[in-house]
Design a protein around this ligand. Structure first.
Ligand SMILES: Cc1cc2nc3c(=O)[nH]c(=O)nc-3n(C[C@H](O)[C@H](O)[C@H](O)COP(=O)(O)OP(=O)(O)OC[C@H]3O[C@@H](n4cnc5c(N)ncnc54)[C@H](O)[C@@H]3O)c2cc1C
Length: 410
């Protein structure tokens, strides 16, 4: 693959169609790049409206077949969609929705035809947004060690247990989870994968405030929840992938969470930092005239570019259904570590003012301070940096005699 993508005239015509459509359909107020710190319900509702509009056109989850609510589009068209949304500081989906990105992919690979018909269209058309309920107090990195129990009772499963670090602001319509279905079976063969409506009796959701304060525009929203199950009942139909097959189902969304889906987004904060340094004066001199600041500017630009290209490679491999191995966790690891390094370098270049998160005094209205918190917290979700290294090592044959395979995406 060429590191940079070039487009045919037909693809450029599609870009024009997308650009025109977005000008018409972007809800009022989203025309300017989205503020990643905006946590308001108003902002969320606008993003959901855009999601439903994209979904109705098949552009929300564009590579999935049209019969399930996707757009049946090729990877090149999706990259064009992503690039055009990126101009507004948005991406697909334009809000936090782990169902379409992760859970939907698992249902597509492991669900029965009836389950695909029931669950995928509302997800892919943006009618449902979903949360993932994976982590537990004693099962984070060791996800296969979950203890939340689901017991079959006639046509239902009865769930008891607790999940942590769940969701985002403003609720959702559906949740998906991994639970223990057979405590006597061996590890990895004792789990089930369930869809659970948000409004289910016996489910209690309590907020859990974290250091970061990301809004819907970011990948890791700041507000998380603890979810308690007390004899919560869901239809047995909602068990995807069959009895005690939950770990296999999970390997699909874990592959995506561990970087296997790639991304084409660049860290826009870096662009804003570069612009700030070339346009802001200190003691009568533009910041970028200072050799140390210039050095930092070049450095963060290079690092940001490396992450973008890693993401682009993995994005293409997964969407073009090419063989994959270590590339996902390598991308995820590099993205997380680089985000931390870049955040620190930008703070150091701007100096103590950068720590002011305030519209009037903080450079870039406090964005650099916000970005630093997000980078620290971002080391954890979707598998920590240590876990990415562990997976990468297994796949290149360090620590395992037989090289581990990447999770199935189609
Ligand atoms: C912002 C945010 C959003 C999140 N969103 C969700 C969500 O929506 N749904 C959800 O289910 N969960 C979510 N999580 C939880 C997240 O998946 C877990 O925090 C993560 O998997 C790590 O688990 P843990 O916190 O239990 O840490 P632990 O697993 O206890 O790890 C503690 C430390 O030990 C290290 N470690 C653990 N195992 C190994 C190993 N084998 N080798 C080397 N080092 C190791 C880890 O890297 C870490 O530094 C979120 C977390 C955050 C911070």
């Amino acid at each position: 693959m060429d590191f940079e993508v070039t487009y045919t005239p037909e693809q450029e015509a599609f870009r024009t169609e997308v650009r025109d459509w977005l000008v018409d359909q972007i809800p009022e107020g989203l025309e300017q790049p989205v503020d990643p710190g905006d946590l308001s319900l108003e902002q969320y509702e606008k993003l959901r409206l855009l999601g439903r509009r994209l979904g109705a056109k098949g552009w929300l989850y564009p590579t999935y077949p049209t019969e399930y609510g996707g757009g049946g589009l090729s990877v090149d068209s999706v990259m064009i969609l992503e690039e055009e949304l990126d101009r507004y500081g948005l991406h697909l989906p334009p809000y936090y929705d782990s169902g379409g990105r992760l859970g939907g992919a698992s249902i597509y690979v492991w669900g029965s035809e009836e389950q695909k018909q029931a669950f995928l269209p509302p997800i892919f058309r943006g009618e449902w947004r979903t949360w993932q309920l994976l982590s537990e107090p004693n099962a984070g990195s060791d996800l296969a060690g979950v203890q939340t129990r689901a017991v079959r009772d006639g046509d239902e499963y009865v769930i008891n247990g607790q999940k942590i670090y769940i969701g985002s602001l403003h609720g959702c319509e559906m949740m998906w989870t991994i639970v223990m279905t057979d405590p006597d079976a061996p590890r990895h063969e004792n789990l089930g994968w369930l869809m659970i409506p948000y409004e289910t009796e016996g489910v209690t959701i309590r907020p859990m405030e974290l250091l970061t304060a990301g809004g819907e525009g970011g990948a890791s929203p700041g507000l998380k929840h603890t979810v308690f199950f007390e004899n919560a009942r869901v239809p047995a139909f909602n068990l995807v992938g069959g009895e005690n097959n939950g770990w296999k189902v999970a390997t699909t969304h874990l592959e995506l969470e561990h970087g296997g889906g790639g991304m084409i987004r660049r860290n826009k904060v870096v662009d804003q930092f570069l612009e700030y340094c070339t346009t802001t004066k200190y003691n009568g001199e533009t910041l970028s005239k200072d050799p140390d600041i210039r050095e930092a500017m070049a450095d963060v630009f290079i690092k940001n570019e490396i992450v973008r290209l890693f993401g682009l490679r993995t994005y293409w491999l997964s969407h073009a259904h090419k063989p994959r191995s270590y590339e996902g966790p390598q991308t995820s690891y590099t993205r997380k570590i680089t985000a931390l390094e870049v955040a620190e370098e930008m703070l150091r270049a701007v100096g103590p003012y950068a720590m002011i998160n305030d519209d009037e005094w903080g450079p870039l209205k406090g964005l650099l301070e916000h970005n630093q918190r997000a980078a620290v917290v971002g080391l954890h979700p979707g598998g920590t940096t240590d876990v990415q290294k562990v997976i990468m090592s297994r796949r290149i044959g360090i620590g395992r005699n037989v090289k581990e395979q990447a999770g199935r995406l189609r």
